[in-house]
Design a protein around this ligand. Structure first.
Ligand code: ADP
Length: 578
């Protein structure tokens, strides 16, 4: 094995390991994205809920506070009326308003009403006191001013209380008391962490920030969250309310964590989760991938080298290393499989050696017998000739016939032996690989067959033939046998063509004739030694020529076959590597 165990770490890890890591990273990312989204949603929802709850509490506080104020002011209005009546300040017609003026001035430190108005029951204004009181109209209609007074010119809003007062002989009159809802009031009553705005028909009238607050216009009032500020607006919970008057509460709600803290803690969670996942799953997955990789490496090396190496054994050991799981079982199976294959290979090798030996012995035997048979055959022929010569004309006719049979049989046997020798050489001879011109090869075959070509007046054509790598002698023998058969198995004038084509990276060559053809049924058999389709009397031959052709082609790494039909000529074709 050429790989060292450490060298192929990446390969060992392989695509399985990469897939496992990719899936792990993907799963982690999806899990983190989901967890992050859920956590964020919870965080946001919890924050919203807390903030809404806080604002709700604040609103409750203010509702209570505002209720108290209304009570206080109403009480104050009643007290003022009572004091005025008790002191009989207004009973005397003379100096009545001067006295009231002095009284109100004297009270100004503790007084909560900015303006005071006294009107007759018919609505005629009898007395005015305080800020902008002179701007109020001289006649008051029934119920006028009770509850609210909005002065759009000054963007001022008043809570107005009405009390009946006794004017002595002048009878009952109405005392109107104006409490301004100004900046100071909102400032004095706002809780820490909140700001108050008072609006009328959407216009800002006063704010707990004083005149600074007038720059802020809480147009988006109505539980709107913006910049960590929450706004809530509601009508003041007083009887006889002006529906256009709204109190807006602005509250600062801080998030429990800053963005930076969230990012840092998220990153820490991701890191811890990754480490945890890696320890629990990742390491296990990569170990499995590595073990599978080791098995693959062992199998791959073995299929390449067909032998057991220490590295292969180590790789199998690596795959087997952990306990008795499926991979260990697979490693055991692979190991036994390799052993079986090695054993089989060894046995096969031994058989091959034996077979080669047998083959060599057989060839040797064929060669020796063919060679050694030639000598007695030669003698048989010579002595038959000599017998005829020695006996002169005295040999009886029957005996002369017998002698002729003997020499003819001996001659035939000699041809047979010669062909067998050629076949044996074609199989045994060491292949002389060289660049061979097939043109030259066919030229040599024509030359060897020149007499018979001439005898038969054969017409031979030839494609431009290429050079191939092969044994010139054997290839000459191949063409010679095929052309010889083409000449032989034709009853008229033979037309022979030597063809060539280039197909699938190799040469497709052949010898075509227009002779008697072959029944396709015998197309395979004719390549076996001694297989003939005709009696000797009609076509002379030993039945070995095509066997030699097949041997030559196969030794060059090609294939031979015939395309033919009875009476349709024959096309012997064979391939040679290009
Ligand atoms: P041989 O020619 O000596 O008989 P081969 O091995 O060359 O032996 O041929 C085997 C048989 O194949 C021949 O006996 C013949 O019947 C048939 N054969 C070979 N070549 C041709 C051919 N070109 N046309 C027809 N038949 C052929």
């Amino acid at each position: 094995m050429s790989d060292s165990p450490g060298k192929n770490r990446g390969g060992e890890f392989g695509s399985l390991g990469r897939q496992a890591s990719m899936r792990l990273v993907l799963a982690l990312s999806v899990a983190l994205a989901l967890a992050g989204a859920t956590a964020f949603w919870f965080y946001q929802a919890a924050f919203e809920k807390t903030a809404a709850q806080k604002l709700n509490d604040t609103v409750q506080h203010y509702a209570t506070r505002i209720g108290q104020l209304e009570e206080e002011w109403e009480g104050e209005a009643l007290r003022l009326k009572t004091r005025l009546e008790y002191s009989r300040l207004l009973e005397e017609r003379e100096q009545r308003w001067v006295k009231l003026n002095s009284y109100l001035i004297a009270q100004s430190g503790s007084r909560i009403f900015s303006s005071v108005l006294v009107a007759s029951r018919q609505g005629e204004v009898l007395y005015r006191y305080g800020v902008n009181a002179d701007k109020l109209p001289g006649v008051i209609h029934q119920e006028g001013y009770v509850g609210w007074h909005h002065d759009p010119a000054r963007a001022a809003l008043y809570r107005v209380y009405r009390q009946p007062v006794w004017l002595g002989k002048d009878g009952m009159a109405w005392l109107y008391l104006f409490r301004p809802l100004d900046n100071a009031l909102l400032y004095a009553n706002s809780f820490p962490g909140t700001r108050l705005y008072l609006t009328h028909d959407g216009m800002l009238l006063s704010s707990s920030l004083g005149n600074d607050g007038r720059a802020v216009r809480p147009a988006h009032a109505g539980a709107v969250y913006h910049d960590n500020q929450r706004y809530e607006q509601f009508p003041l919970p007083w009887g006889k309310n002006d529906p256009q008057v709204r109190l807006v509460i602005q509250q600062q709600v801080d998030r429990p964590f800053s963005l930076q803290e969230v990012v840092y803690s998220g990153a820490l969670v991701v890191l811890l989760l990754s480490v945890f996942l890696w320890l629990v799953l990742g390491r296990w997955l990569t170990t499995v991938a590595r073990r599978v990789g080791a098995l693959r490496r062992a199998a791959q090396t073995f299929s390449g080298e067909r032998t057991v190496t220490p590295c292969m054994t180590q790789a199998i050991g690596e795959a087997r290393a952990v306990g008795t799981d499926e991979l260990s079982a697979l490693a055991d199976t692979l190991s036994s499989l390799i052993e079986a294959v090695v054993r089989g290979d060894r046995e096969l090798g031994e058989q091959m050696v034996k077979l080669k030996q047998l083959n060599a012995e057989l060839n040797e035997f064929t060669y020796i017998t063919s060679h050694d048979l030639q000598e007695p055959l030669r003698k048989l022929m010579i002595f038959s000739e000599w017998l005829v010569r020695d006996m002169g004309g005295s040999l009886p006719e029957a005996a002369a016939k017998d002698v002729a049979f003997i020499s003819e049989a001996a001659a035939r046997m000699r041809r047979l032996v010669e062909d067998l020798l050629v076949l044996s050489r074609a199989g045994n001879r060491e292949l002389q690989r060289e660049r061979v011109s097939l043109k030259k090869v066919t030229d040599a075959a024509f030359e060897n067959l020149a007499l018979r070509i001439e005898e038969k007046n054969a017409v031979i054509s030839r494609d431009p033939l290429p050079e191939v790598s092969g044994d010139a002698t054997l290839l000459t023998q191949l063409y010679q046998n095929l052309i010889s058969n083409a000449l032989k198995y034709c009853d008229g004038v033979p037309h022979i063509h030597i063809g060539v084509e280039r197909k699938n990276g190799e040469w497709l060559l052949g010898v075509r004739d227009d002779g008697i053809g072959i029944n396709p049924e015998y197309a395979e058999q004719i390549f076996q030694p001694f297989k003939r389709l005709h009696v000797r009397e009609k076509y002379e031959g030993t039945g070995i020529g095509l066997a030699i052709c097949r041997k030559v082609v196969e030794r060059h790494g090609g294939k031979i076959w015939v395309e033919s039909g009875e009476g349709a000529g024959a096309y012997f074709r064979f391939t040679l590597p290009g």
